[in-house]
Design a protein around this ligand. Sequence first.
Ligand code: GLU
Length: 174
Amino acid sequence: MCGISGYIGEKNCIPILLEGLKRMEYRGYDSSGISIIKDNEIKTFKKAGKIVNLEKILPNNLESTIGIGHTRWATHGGVTDYNAHPHLSSNNKFVIVHNGIIENYSYHKNKLISEGYKFRSDTDSEVIAFLIEKNYENNFEEAFYKTLPMLEGTYGLVAMSLVEPEYIMVARKG
Ligand code: GLU
């Protein structure tokens, strides 16, 4: 397990998320990334390699008061930009960062693919974002809590949604 960070408040989240990730660098990692909400859109920046690689692709004037961040130690899927976290749902309205292993991810992934969902990474983690999307009726918190029992394995997890950007959800198991 590596690092996850999340922020919601009055300050600009970018330096806070990056500082949080840097404090956990000693654990080792191979990629890093952040997602923020800006202009009614989830904007994601992620990069294989050191956090400095991520910092290089962040626009200078980037500001937001809500965001999530991740350092990855790959277990499923190679060390690539597209496998780095955060991972968006299919409709781009939900986004997650995950440390750990989702042991039953192939079951969910195959089922979701058969229902027409298109995945963008080789990770086990991406199914979490897709399941939250699928479980969403009209409440993000409910969709999140409905998703957790579907996951076998271990997780440190932070999720954020465009539909209800007033809060972030966190969970931990194992
Ligand atoms: N299993 C996930 C992946 O390979 C998360 C790894 C981690 O804990 O950073 O992307």
